[in-house]
Design a protein around this ligand. Sequence first.
Ligand code: SF4
Length: 297
Amino acid sequence: MLTGIHFLLTYKCAFACNHCFVFSSPSAEGTFTLAQVRQVLEQARTLGTVKMIYFEGGEAFLFYPLMLESIRRARALGFEVGIVTNAYFATTEEDAALWLQPLAEIGIADLSVSDDAFHFDDQDNPAKRARRAAQKLGLPVGSICIEPPTVATNTQRKKGEPVVGGGVMFRGRAVEKLITGLPRVAWEEFVECPHEELGNPDRVHLDAYGNVHLCQGLSMGNAWQTPLSTLVTQYRASAHPIVAPLLNGGPAQLVRAFDVPHENAYVDACHLCYRARQALLDRFPEYLAPRQVYGVA
Ligand code: SF4
């Protein structure tokens, strides 16, 4: 049952982090209009099961007036609201409060601030300043910290588990930038999707192109062509050409199902899944979109 909708309000970001799985950057295209936000919120209300709306990106604060108005409309429709940000705007704690005060007035349920070595390397960084300002304003604030990949020393590794720890998801730019030298596991071991509820998703991400992401770049369908409420209620995982093999035997089955050329070993299940989907982009443009999250123009 779908309870959460996450707006990828924009793919644009002030940064171009190596671990970013949607290839965000200052030059990335794809930003919602207010009319599109309204349309999705109405559809979310029609569904009747959605409780939580997140605004993330990219970096949602880059389109601050749009973000604020979208939050206001979501709250007016009775949804709880969360925001994910890298807090690039927090030049000082006092200045951060200028950006965050309106959120305290509207009332949000979560502010998640990315604070890790991929975003900032100094001690008193924008994320920490924003968190202090948020706490003073009484906002519910937490941090997201992704550690760079480490080689795990777990000798009890189960079949299909990676040898790499740290929290990076090997999709998108992470595959292009962070893979070199990491230990790999035989491709046949990746027999399930370890992270997403592909059969019965409880949340989806929507982008400005209308893609309804089950995982980044893996779309249920297009909300500008078919209303979101119809897409969700008519979704059958067993009829989805990419999801069905993933549920039947993970990324390894996806490779087998379409005879995708592959290497002998991959860092984790997402690495194999991402590479297989990249190879299938031209065959399933409706379900593997947008191309930009695969690093393809
Ligand atoms: S990349 Fe593939 S295996 Fe990884 S979470 Fe997404 S759908 Fe699952």
